[in-house]
Design a binder for this molecule. Structure first.
Ligand code: AGP
Length: 612
């Protein structure tokens, strides 16, 4: 949930750390801080975004070639200058930055208070840094051993960058449950929550595993383990992330850039998996497992937010094509409701970030119960990707905007390929239907490009509705999850209350909400439910509801009933979710912009929810 950046080398650490923090602001941005070591230790921190820290630092000493920086999403203690990271221990022996939650911080704090420690902040992080110092001063061990010993008593999650004042030439980094990446430069090392702050300096990275600890100097790296006295050989890999992938590329917002990247993102996700001649689907990461998946007694999908919506689409896909029973669970519910997980079950975790705490906990529960667990992630080397038995990466590229767009459409593309392949393995799909669906998948990127040409039209519709206080999104079948997704997009970036519903459910209560002030968005492409949804539109019209309809190109029936319509290209109903989500993303974007909202960093939200 927070962003961490560290640097040790020969350059000015402040410049590198600040620019890295800006690339991580999507992880949290309510306060920020930096600690720099150049002989003396200099800590500068404040409430607000990284730009506020940057302005403050201009009035301070920003020298030093060792530095750690943090951009925060508050979990313990409100966003303010005191609760901002870095946190310094009471006797000044350690300073650290932390991403995660220390679950036994209360108990440790009470012990430390009994030992005379005084706390300035409300954070669990300040407890952690004082706990490390307490062990250091009382166990008579080295700084490295004090860190290891102290952390072995800590419960919870952490990604840490630590400076020990008595070892001014070193920098420590360690993790448990929160991601940390180490970048290898020439006589310099980088630490970050993910690779985006590192790639402009080096493409050689190493992903830390839980309980790894690295001890860095300008020209050396030692990889050890918190619990076991052993040194490991660091394995660096070359990543193909590019700085341009991370910048806005001329768009006003990351979200708009990522909406427009969807033709390429879907094409990249399909590439190499739908063979060029359209003859086959090959999902490299799970090819060996697909025959077993196709015979699963049940598939349980665990995810959160938008990823949960792609899981709902998968339920329709797997049950319709592969005849496999599917259950879709919010990961946050699944992990605590004592779910029945049988050996014949396959669990599929869907997560853009690959770090969502609830989803991570859900797969750990499933693994413990003996289920096979697969992952669909967008971040290579993320915790969920590494903790699942196998999986499929969406090749959407970095998704910086908090509102998920290209990650969603590429997740659905992966799930569609998985369901079709399972059906093919089970002989449930006639070859010509299989090949026709594959062909249509390959045509999706160009259809998305065509659809994006309606952006100005959608923007005009947004001008009419940006002042609404509520909105309803209705769909059926494959497009019911898209109604939910459209509602989530609108509410999370425009702060308008919006609800998604199965269209037929209206008569069981929500229709009472309909009046001339209620915009009702129907996701009503041509599919088996079309005639039914026509009736649902009539029900809303009869009650003066204002209808915005997403319809298939050439539709006249619903188009003529609606006050506003958005046409999407004709596509097989099973592939409609990928297409139909896009106008709703644009509608939410333009409404939010018109309302003056920060679409890339909406209030109260962060891109990766790595705490529960
Ligand atoms: C989506 O627009 C939201 N930002 C949020 O619901 C997100 O989908 C959810 O937090 C899950 O994140 P993940 O895919 O990284 O696990």
């Amino acid at each position: 949930m927070c962003g961490i950046v560290g640097y040790i080398g020969n350059k000015n650490a402040a410049k590198i750390v600040l620019s890295g923090l800006k690339r991580l602001e999507y992880r949290g941005y309510d306060s920020a801080g930096i600690a720099l070591l150049s002989g003396a230790l200099n800590i500068v921190k404040c409430k607000g975004k990284v730009s506020a820290l940057e302005d403050l630092l201009k009035t301070k000493d920003s020298s030093g070639s060792i530095g750690i920086g943090h951009t925060r999403w508050a979990t313990h203690g409100e966003p303010n200058d005191v609760n901002a990271h870095p946190h310094l221990s009471m006797d000044g022996k350690f300073v650290l930055i932390h991403n995660g939650i220390i679950e036994n911080y209360r108990k440790l704090k009470d012990e430390l208070i009994n030992e005379g420690y005084v706390f300035k902040s409300e954070t669990d992080t300040e407890v952690l840094v004082n706990w490390i110092e307490f062990v250091y001063l009382h166990a008579g061990v080295s700084a490295e051993d004090a860190i290891k010993l102290a952390l072995s008593k800590v419960e919870g999650t952490f990604g840490l960058a630590i400076i020990a004042i008595d070892e001014p030439e070193k920098l420590y980094a360690t993790r448990r449950g929160s991601p940390l990446v180490i970048g290898l430069g020439d006589d310099e090392f980088f630490i970050a929550s993910d690779a985006t702050p590192i790639v402009e300096y080096t493409k050689r990275v190493m992903y830390l595993e839980d309980d790894d600890i690295v001890i860095l100097t300008k020209d050396s790296l030692k990889l050890k383990n918190i619990n076991i006295e052993k040194s490991d050989i660091p394995i660096f890999q070359k990543i193909d992330l590019d700085v341009n992938d991370i910048d806005k590329g001329g768009y006003e917002h990351f979200m708009l850039k990522e909406i427009y990247e969807q033709p390429n993102a879907v094409a990249d996700t399909i590439r190499g998996r739908v063979l060029p001649d359209g003859s086959e689907i090959k999902l490299g990461g799970i090819m060996g497992i697909l025959p077993e998946l196709s015979k699963a007694d049940r598939i349980i999908i665990v995810a959160c937010g938008t990823s949960w919506h792609s899981g709902l689409v998968a339920e329709y896909l797997f049950e319709h094509f592969a005849k496999i029973p599917v259950e879709v669970d919010y990961a946050s519910e699944f992990r605590y409701r004592d779910p029945i997980i049988n050996k014949g079950d396959f669990v599929i975790a869907i997560s853009q970030s690959g770090e969502t705490a609830d989803t991570l906990a859900a797969i750990r529960l499933a693994k413990k119960a003996g289920a096979r667990v697969l992952g669909i992630c967008n971040v290579v080397g993320s915790s969920i990707a590494r903790e699942t038995e196998a999986g499929v990466y969406t090749h959407a590229g970095p998704e910086i905007g908090v509102a998920s767009t290209k990650a969603f459409t590429t997740q659905v593309a992966v799930l569609t390929m998985m369901a079709l392949k399972c059906a093919n393995i089970k002989g449930l799909l006639l070859m010509d239907e299989y090949l026709s669906l594959i062909k249509e998948m390959r045509e999706l990127p160009s259809k998305i490009k065509t659809l994006l040409k309606q952006d100005d039209h959608i923007k005009e519709i947004a001008q009419v509705f940006f002042n609404s206080n509520n909105a309803l999104f209705l769909g059926r079948g494959y497009l019911f999850p898209i109604a939910l997704e459209g509602a989530l997009k609108l509410k999370e970036i425009s702060y308008i209350h919006a609800e998604g519903y199965p269209a037929a459910e209206m008569k069981h209560g929500p229709i009472a909400l309909i009046d001339e002030n209620m915009p009702v968005v129907f996701v009503a492409a041509h599919d088996r439910y079309y005639d039914k949804i026509v009736s649902n539109v009539q029900e809303v019209k009869a009650r003066k509801g204002v209808v915005i309809a997403v319809v298939t190109q050439g539709d006249t029936t619903i188009r003529d009933m609606a006050s506003f319509s958005i046409e999407i290209p004709e596509v097989n109903e099973a592939l409609a979710p990928i297409i139909a989500a896009i106008p709703l993303q644009l509608l939410a974007y333009h409404i939010a912009i018109k309302r003056g909202c920060n679409v890339d960093q909406p209030r109260n939200l962060a891109k990766s929810v790595t705490v529960e």
